[in-house]
Ligand binder design. Structure first.
Ligand code: FNR
Length: 346
């Protein structure tokens, strides 16, 4: 895995977000409007809790990058944005820092610029427990994200082709580290069966990171000679479908607490995901694009606007707390409704 590849990911992901936001499954989630349901903005709390973690806001900058000079600079700006707005932030995969310690600084900048913030380290699910502990130590991480990216590896020319060791590796890491472990996809979604499997492995938090936003099948295909995996674009389930699938688990089954990301374009998408049961919502591509196009101050202003508008939407919907959003009337249509029909979800 080269630093050149990290730079390509940033360039190709940024290009996917340069167009006006595309339609995705979040558009098929509508709130029933109740004109007298509103409460006072001053009463609204954005605080959210899951698996012993408590955040001031249900929004975070999701794992992206590090490993090259350019991506180290990007991490510096993202970390400053997280510090200035009080949102949590995740590193991109730190496997390069483990292989080539000279790149560690491009990740450690996340902690240096944000000493008191909530910082998540990030590794692939096949990491060894000692590697996980080292990654956590490098950024003094408050939690560890483990990414599941079998689709990306498959389309990636130099990708892994062996995935069977992942479940045991996840269980071993959970046993070995003393921070919460958040298992996440990278934009293809976590099915209910996967969430059940993760629960059996001891995972208490999962980020469903679904399709409809940054598409790593397209990114990796455009890095291949001949790009012959183009048909994989759009693979997977959206965050909306994953949240509905997870919420429909049989009574008594203890699935991990769910975070959501993938295809989040606006504060309304954040509120939609929270209403469907997410404890917090991660954004990557849209924030990366704002940073690269408009700069660090613009990203800080954008995140502040999102936080205020999430609170205003909660007031409109009568939700004092983030959890209260779960009591709102939500209407599902189109492809989301079709998914529910196929999965037998009421
Ligand atoms: C990512 N993502 C990612 N995820 C991860 O767990 N480890 C990683 O190293 C990366 N690298 C990465 C690079 C870039 C440039 C982007 C844009 C994204 C995936 C990310 O965390 C998220 O799951 C997906 O991008 C879907 O969210 P968005 O982009 O649609 O908001």
């Amino acid at each position: 895995m080269s630093s050149e590849r990290k730079d390509q990911h940033v360039t190709l992901a940024d290009a996917q977000h340069a167009e006006p936001p595309a339609r995705n499954d979040f558009d098929d989630v509508r709130f029933m409007h109740h004109a007298l349901a509103g409460i006072d903005r001053d009463r609204v709390s954005l605080r959210t809790q899951f698996a012993g973690v408590s955040w001031r806001a249900p929004l975070y900058i999701n794992g992206m990058t590090g490993g090259s000079a350019r991506t180290g600079e990007i991490n510096r700006s993202l970390a400053i944005a997280a510090r200035e707005t009080g949102v949590a932030i995740a590193s991109g995969s730190m496997s390069m820092a483990l292989r080539d310690p000279s790149t560690a600084g491009t990740f450690q900048v996340l902690r240096e610029q944000n000493p008191d913030g909530f910082v998540m380290a990030n590794l692939s699910a096949d990491a060894r427990p000692d590697q996980a502990a080292h990654a956590i130590e490098l950024v003094r991480a408050d939690a560890l994200q483990l990414h599941l990216n079998s689709v990306q590896e498959t389309v990636m020319p130099e990708g892994d082709r062996a995935f069977s060791a992942w479940p045991d590796a996840i269980a071993a890491i959970i046993d070995a580290v003393d921070v919460p472990v958040i298992v996440k996809e990278v934009g293809f979604g976590l099915s209910r069966a996967t969430l059940e499997q993760l629960a059996d492995l001891g995972v208490t938090v999962a980020d469903v990171s679904g399709s409809g936003g940054t598409d790593f099948a397209r990114i990796e295909n455009s890095r291949r000679d001949g790009g012959d995996f183009g048909y994989m674009a759009g693979w997977g389930q959206s965050a909306v479908c994953c949240l509905l699938d997870g919420a429909d688990a049989p009574a008594g089954s203890a699935l991990p607490a769910l975070l959501a990301s993938g295809g989040v374009r606006t504060p309304l998408d954040v509120v939609r995901a929270l209403a469907l049961g997410a404890r917090a919502v991660g954004v990557s591509g849209v924030f990366l694009h704002a940073l690269l196009r408009d700069g660090q101050d613009a990203l800080i202003a954008l995140i502040r606007t999102w936080l205020e508008q999430i609170a205003q939407l909660q007031a409109l919907l009568g939700a004092v707390t983030v959890a209260d959003l779960g009591d709102t009337d939500v209407l599902l249509r189109g492809s989301v409704r079709e998914f529910c029909g196929l999965r037998g979800i009421d």
